[in-house]
Design a protein. Structure first.
Length: 149
């Protein structure tokens, strides 16, 4: 039996699923970019003109890609969850999405602190934090494709 047509989305299921996949890709692109921007911004003196350029890059990334993609990913994902009835693999995936959402907000807060001239985190820590989206993506891919439970 197919997943579509069973839950409340009916035949719209595949459209919502496609929307979800596309906007998750956009969101992940932003989640890969913003910590890398922070790594490059970290050594720049707060008063330097280059710092203002990094601030503008991060603000545009957040406003144009990162935040809208997160919101649409969440809305489509929740719709799919209610459609499928929340099997265990999806509940676990939801936990990883919450982790990505925390990471999204952490990155945005770091960018705002950098814009204010604060560098409370080391470059090494930023480089380590940059790996979170990769690890979560791997875990989510296994959950969605393999559905181990």
């Amino acid at each position: 039996m197919t997943d579509w047509g069973v839950g409340w989305l009916g035949e719209a299921y595949l459209w919502v699923k496609a929307l979800h996949v596309a906007f998750v890709i956009f969101w992940m692109a932003g989640l890969f970019m913003i910590p890398r921007f922070l790594v490059y911004w970290h050594p720049v003196e707060p008063a330097a003109p280059e710092s203002a350029l990094w601030d503008e890059r991060c603000r545009r990334l957040r406003r144009i890609i990162l935040s809208p993609a997160m919101v649409i990913s969440w809305l489509a994902g929740l719709s799919l969850g209610f459609h499928l009835g929340w099997p265990l693999w999806l509940v676990v995936k939801f936990g990883f999405v919450c982790l990505l959402t925390w990471f999204h907000h952490w990155s945005v807060v770091m960018a705002k602190r950098f814009a204010a001239g604060e560098r409370r985190v080391t470059e090494k820590r930023l480089r380590l934090m940059n790996e979170i989206p990769s690890l979560v993506t791997l875990a989510v891919a296994v959950l969605v494709i393999v559905k181990p439970f």
